[in-house]
Design a protein around this ligand. Sequence first.
Ligand code: GAP
Length: 515
Amino acid sequence: MAKTEEKATLKDIASHAKEYGFIYPSSEIYDGLGATYDYGPNGSLLKNNIKEYWWKAMVQLHDNIVGIDAAIFMHPTTWKASGHVDAFNDPLIDNKDSKKRYRADVLIEEQVAKIEGKIKKEVEKAAKRFGESFDKDQFVTTNPRVVGYYEKIKSIEDRMKAAIENGALDDLKQLIVDLDIADPVSGSKNWTDVRQFNLMFSTELGSLAEGANTIYLRPETAQGIFVNYPNVQKTSRMKPPFGIAQIGKAFRNEIIARQFIFRMREFEQMEMQFFIKPGEEMKWYETWKEKRIKWHKALGLGEEKYRFHDHLNLAHYANAACDIEFDFPMGFKELEGIHSRTDFDLSSHEKHSGKKLQYFDQQENTSYVPYVVETSIGLDRMFLAVMASSLKNEKLEDGSERTVMSIPAPLAPSKAAILPLINKDGLPELAEKICGELKLEFNVQYDAKDAIGRRYRRQDAVGTPFCITVDHQSLEDQSVTLRERDSMAQERVSISSLGPEISDKVSLKSLLKAL
Ligand code: GAP
């Protein structure tokens, strides 16, 4: 059936997520808590499937990667050593008129994005004008207006980089003033000075009366891996290159927490630290860039939805870093970070703990502190990427409409729905029997309420890849109608072949094989 599609906005996604049990605002009966969300029945299933895809791709498919599950609370010196106590800050600026608060670097980057938009327009115009003979490379390097734009971008980025590296907050403010940046909400240019704000949440360990220690909720899972490097290396008998993977909660007191689950105060990370011999970091950095983009693209959300963005302002621990950006409803934004962290973390933990965190290379008879290449993806952002590219409103050829979530089948919350055509004549009994068999293999739903068309729509809306309809013919010849979500094609199949028919398409195996 022919159809046209309408792409979902962030608002559509948030309201669909709530209505269909994917994501609710946290503690909603008390009007919610800023930038914290709860995952509902369908959401927790989808989230678990994303975790499983990541975990299997990283740990199960790599003989030299093992997993851990470290505590959220860590010794407070961890965060001194990691640099988070001193350097995990955002440069913030307030608009005095609108009272809105912004990250100074983000305001500047948005200005750069505007100039990039102008370049894109010039290129599109020229491509139209010159037709087939258009040479883009030549155009962008010779057209005076475009060259001017590039020079402007470079000068802005150089000034921003220098200001951030030198901690020169006055220079950052001056750049905002010089660029004539206005508050995106109110248009006002009445700015405060730029201030640094630490993003870690702190709490007290022990009772205050006994002189409690300040501890932090971890702002990244990575440090749980670094401090366990010697334990894991010894107990798993690993030698570099090897990796340690972990999935877990992280907490950041984000000041500008907007855009639904894109930026949360409590979120989940899936991180892997790859320990290597010093000097080999660029080779592994490139290898992990390739492997991670392959993992994303295997999902089939659209090759054009991803791009790499090299970091201009390297974090305090990195000597090379990039983001895998995804085309979210609000534009291309960071989904995953790949960082070459040198030996910064292990060396710093050596210094602060007084313990050796080295690897003794027997062949070369030398010890070294391993270098680390890290891959770090936000699980919630990955969830948003899947939802954003799956949720569609389709206009069908017959004039009707449907809302469908074409979630990749291996990630879908339920793999099949079993629907007795009517709720009598022995059909529910047969449907329940089929349900009982299939649920041994994967997650299924049983739905007997409402007309069959409405039940199909309900399953489309939560992304169930297959609907199995049991009718009177099923009682006679042990066959059912199997309906596929995206094409809406229906075929008659025997009950005995349902398991194998569906299994192949919904299992993670098909995705993992492509890696
Ligand atoms: N260990 C390195 C690290 O934490 P990061 O770039 O700060 O690096 C890694 O974070 C990933 O975690 C990001 O690419 C993003 O997907 C996710 N992330 C970071 N802050 C987040 C937030 N406030 N809400 C949701 N996801 C977040």
